[in-house]
Design a protein around this ligand. Structure first.
Ligand SMILES: *[C@@H]1O[C@H](CO)[C@@H](O)[C@H](O)[C@H]1NC(C)=O
Ligand SMILES: *[C@@H]1O[C@H](CO)[C@@H](O)[C@H](O)[C@H]1NC(C)=O
Length: 284
C-alpha cells in the first residue's frame, strides 16, 4: 500500500493549476494491461480542478477524446458561449473529425478521496479503482443498441493515437469552468503480426532452440550409429571365415618393396595401401 500512496503523492505533486496539466495514462500499479487494443485507462483528474480551493456547488467532469490525426484543427470542447460540446462517437467518426464526449462523472472532492488501504478487499477493489481510473472504450454494447440512451463510450481503434482532455462543468450554469490541456497522443495496442504469435507455452530463446534441435536429432544419430554397428557386425561375421582373412594377409605381403619405398614421401592412409595391394595383386 505504501507504493500506492507514493504514486498518489507523486500524482498530486505533479498537479498545479489545472490549465497546464494533461490527463495521464493510468499507472501500471492500477492497470497492468494498458492501453489494450481498444481501451485506454486514464487517471481521473483528482485534486486537479480543486487543488487550490474547494469548489462550492455541483460539478461534473467530462472526458473528451480526439484522434491524433483528426481532420479538423479545431479541438475546442466548448462552443462560443462556453457550453460543453456533446458530440458523440458516431457523430465524430470516433474522434476523427472533432472531439467527442466519451464519459462524464462527478467531481471527487480532493478532501474526500477513497482510501487505497481497502484495495486488497476484493469486494471494494473495483469501486475504489473506479474512483481513481476511467477507461475509454469500455462500452461495446452501446453502438449496437439502437435504443441506447446516454453517453456512448465504444471501443477505440487498434494502433491509433488518441488525445484526451478533461473539462470541468459547473452544473448550476452548465458551462465549462475549467479544463486540462490535451494529453500527448496515446496509442492503442496493435495486433501482434502472425509470425510473432508464439503458440509454444513459454517463449524459447535462440540458444534453447539450438539445444532443442540438437536433442531432437539425437535419436536419428543414435539410430544411424546402431544401424552402422549392425552392418559392421555382419561384415565382421563375413570376414571371420578363413578364406578372406588369409587372402588379405597374402595381399599385405604381396606389396612390392620397391613400390613401398618409392612412395614413402606420400602420406598414405590404409585405404590407399589397400588399393596398391589390389593393383599389385592384379599385376601378379
Ligand atoms: C470550434 O468548434 C466549436 C464547436 O463546434 C465552435 O463553436 C467554434 O466556433 C470553433 N472555433 C473555430 C475557431 O472555428
Ligand atoms: C458555478 O456556478 C455557480 C452558480 O452560477 C456560481 O456561484 C459558482 O461560482 C460557479 N463556480 C465557479 C467555479 O465559477
Amino acid at each position: 500500500m505504501s507504493v500506492l500512496r507514493f504514486l498518489l503523492a507523486l500524482g498530486c505533486l505533479r498537479l498545479g493549476s489545472a490549465v497546464d496539466l494533461q490527463p495521464q495514462l493510468a499507472s501500471v500499479t492500477f492497470a497492468t494491461n494498458n492501453p489494450t487494443l481498444t481501451t485506454v485507462a486514464l487517471e481521473k483528474p483528482l485534486c486537479v480542478f480543486d487543488s487550490s480551493a474547494t469548489l462550492v456547488g455541483t460539478y461534473e467532469v467530462y472526458l473528451y477524446v480526439l484522434a491524433e490525426l483528426a481532420s479538423s484543427k479545431n479541438d475546442s470542447v466548448q462552443d462560443h458561449t462556453g457550453n460543453p460540446l456533446s458530440a458523440t462517437f458516431q457523430q465524430t467518426e470516433g474522434g476523427r473529425t472533432s472531439p467527442y464526449k466519451a464519459a462524464s462523472f462527478d467531481l471527487q472532492p480532493c478532501s474526500d478521496l477513497p482510501s487505497l488501504d481497502a484495495i486488497g478487499d476484493v469486494f471494494r477493489a473495483s469501486e475504489i479503482l473506479n474512483s481513481y481510473l476511467i477507461k475509454v472504450g469500455s462500452n461495446r454494447a452501446c453502438l449496437l443498441d439502437p435504443n441506447f440512451q446516454g453517453l456512448c463510450n465504444p471501443p477505440l481503434s487498434a494502433a491509433t493515437g488518441y488525445r484526451f482532455k478533461y473539462a470541468l462543468v459547473n452544473m448550476s450554469t452548465g458551462l465549462v469552468e475549467d479544463q486540462t490541456l490535451w494529453s500527448d497522443p496515446i496509442r492503442t495496442n496493435r495486433l501482434a503480426p502472425y509470425s510473432a504469435i508464439d503458440t509454444w507455452p513459454g517463449r524459447r530463446s535462440g540458444g534453447m532452440i539450438v539445444i532443442t534441435s540438437i536433442l531432437g536429432s539425437l535419436p536419428f544419430f543414435l539410430l544411424l550409429g546402431f544401424a552402422g554397428a549392425i552392418i559392421l557386425s555382419f561384415v565382421d561375421m563375413g570376414s571371420s571365415d578363413g578364406e578372406t582373412t588369409h587372402d588379405s594377409q597374402i595381399m599385405q605381403e604381396a606389396v612390392p618393396k620397391s613400390l613401398e619405398t618409392s612412395y614413402t614421401s606420400v602420406n598414405r592412409g590404409p585405404a590407399l595401401d589397400r588399393a596398391e595391394v589390389y593393383s599389385s595383386k592384379l599385376q601378379n
